[in-house]
Design a protein around this ligand. Sequence first.
Ligand SMILES: [Zn+2]
Length: 253
Amino acid sequence: MEILDLSRAVRERLRTASRVVVFSGAGVSRESGLNTFRGTGGLWERMRPEELATPEAFAADPAKVWRWYAWRHGAVAAAQPNPAHVAIARLESVFPSYIVVTQNVDGLHQRAGSRNLLELHGTLLRAVCERCGCSREMGEAVAESPERPPLCACGGRFRPAVVWFGEALPEEAFARAHEASAACDVFLSVGTSGTVWPAAGLIELAHQGGALFIEVNPEPTPFSRLADLRLAAPAGEALPALAAAIEALDRGR
Ligand SMILES: [Zn+2]
């Protein structure tokens, strides 16, 4: 996918857009080697995330859950942003209002240079005290205590600062994502199946608000039928092509 052939209507709306929301999911990090929580042949191969990423699992066996996150943190620390992350970060300077709303916890958008970012599912790069809510770097916490969650000065246990199954999304981040989606001119969905509620509701909200809807995903999703432009390609191929096409528009900056 080297040259994107945008329709005249899509070109015109991208040329005049001022408010853009990028909504990203696991597919964005696939080409960084983080396509799955599951290990390949490793210690955690037979574990299902649904059995580890819950408050109940952490209460029942904190050491086991901590070790799993220590392993995942290692994978994330070793990964690099890919061309999709880089293209998404680059577009931040093109539009007056631009926000990335991600379901990923790997921090790769920030490492690629994205600044205006909402992490709906928290971050694997921080650990947070269950009791007092103070936080610290996950890497430091893991280095200090690789086998079990370290204790906070208050006596509480540290846990990864991610949203577990059955937990509510961070209220403020979700409210801001909601507001931005309802008011945007362009909603770009990348690498997400759109099936995770309530995050997926943002797509409908943007559509109802009349935004141009662009979907980048190799497989069709329940929202593909709403797309004004659908790029059925891996994010690492589609995003650089889309960014180049947008940068070539005469946006009269
Ligand atoms: Zn504490």
